[in-house]
Write a protein that binds this ligand. Structure first.
Ligand code: AFP
Length: 350
């Protein structure tokens, strides 16, 4: 046995070590955030293990069905929601939870309350489970002033007020990408240790990208600027090479690729869905927070995504996010269109 190599293997930057290091940079910190994060990490590990076993354990059956043992089966997204709700409440550090799976927000009982609100999608992209495509958990964290006097307004805040955001991708490896407001770091789960190890320190998205990611099946209903932008990706008129199209249909996987390789991910408004499809609190905001922290941009088609003030917990918004220069192009096209609309006596055909 190579003891030296083994000893070297223990000098790893685990997510726990990373968070404790961060905490020590804030002497006033009481360690509450570190505790909250350790519970989020536990939820991710649990869901990762369930996702890996899904095919074997037949966890992918419909919620409410019974398995051969006569036990009620839970669909993975239902199970993941229960896992996260329990993990977050038992941390003793949360006061409001907003989950994609629950119509209403959960107000934690006063004795178990802490200062944080967590908004999350426990298993995003779940329509991809049956074919083994990467899926993930997305989360964002807000802090309240007074945990004894909380209202829904605490989570109806612009994304720029989030303290932290991240996602965990359950794919060929399990990767947790996190920002606490000073850059973005990626951790990969080492299954033999059961620990997330820092594998992607200080992620920066390339300023330009060669990939665009969108559901082009909706193209006939897009507005003018979106159509123009995608046309330009395919038929650039400046001598550049056409961009490649990559679309998985699982936001975590599409955004993860965009973050690492650069490019743009868009889920625009269209005639059928004027607010797009993706949810503001637990899809648009956390991903926009990460993009900005990595040097990219996120835009709704009208404004900086993180400036949006949601009025409902399950509100949707169009989103264009990714490399700085790509989002600049979309912004310019939207602005141009707005000017034309203002100057034109006749309404433009959308
Ligand atoms: P599901 O959770 O229903 O699979 O939806 C996934 C998602 O919210 C997001 O992860 C994808 O980016 C987007 O929807 C895909 O939507 P389209 O299927 O309309 O392209």
């Amino acid at each position: 046995m190579d003891h030296e190599a083994e000893a070297h293997r223990t000098d790893l930057m685990t997510i726990t070590r990373y968070v404790l290091n961060e905490q020590s940079r804030h002497p006033e910190s009481r360690g509450d955030f570190s505790i909250l994060l350790s519970h989020i990490v536990l939820g991710c590990k649990f869901v990762c293990s369930s996702v890996n076993k899904a095919g074997l354990a037949k966890l992918i059956g419909l919620a409410g069905e019974t398995n051969v043992q006569g036990e009620e089966q839970k669909k993975l997204d239902v199970l993941s929601n229960e896992v996260f709700v329990k993990a977050l409440i038992s941390s003793g550090r949360t006061c409001i939870l907003v989950s994609e799976e629950d119509e209403e927000a959960t107000f934690v009982d006063p004795p178990l309350r802490g200062r944080y609100c967590v908004v999350f999608d426990p298993l995003d992209g779940s329509s991809n489970i049956d074919c083994g495509v990467s899926i993930g958990t997305i989360f964002g964290v807000y802090m309240v002033k007074d945990k004894d006097d909380v209202t829904l307004d605490e989570v109806l805040q612009p994304g720029k007020n989030m303290l932290a955001a991240g996602y965990c991708m359950y794919g060929s490896s399990c990767t947790l990408v996190l920002s606490t407001g000073s850059g973005v770091n990626g951790f990969t789960l080492d299954p033999s240790l059961g620990e997330f190890i820092l594998t992607h320190p200080d992620i920066k998205i390339p300023k330009k990208g060669k990939i665009y990611s969108v559901n082009e099946g909706n193209a006939k209903n897009w507005d003018g600027p979106t159509t123009k932008y995608v046309e330009k990706c395919k038929f650039p008129n400046d001598g550049a090479s056409p961009k490649s199209l990559r679309y998985i249909g699982s936001m975590v996987a599409d955004v993860h690729r965009t973050l690492l390789y650069g490019g743009i991910f868009l889920y625009p408004a269209d005639k059928k869905s004027p607010n797009g499809k993706l949810r503001v609190l637990y899809e648009v905001f956390p991903m926009s927070f990460l993009m900005e922290q990595a040097g990219g941009q996120a835009f709704t088609g009208k404004q900086r995504a993180l400036d949006l003030v949601p009025t409902k917990i399950h509100q949707r918004s169009p989103i264009f996010l990714g490399s700085y220069d790509e989002v600049e192009e979309i912004k310019a096209l939207m602005e141009q269109n707005l000017l034309q609309v203002m100057l034109s006596p006749l309404p433009l055909v959308m």
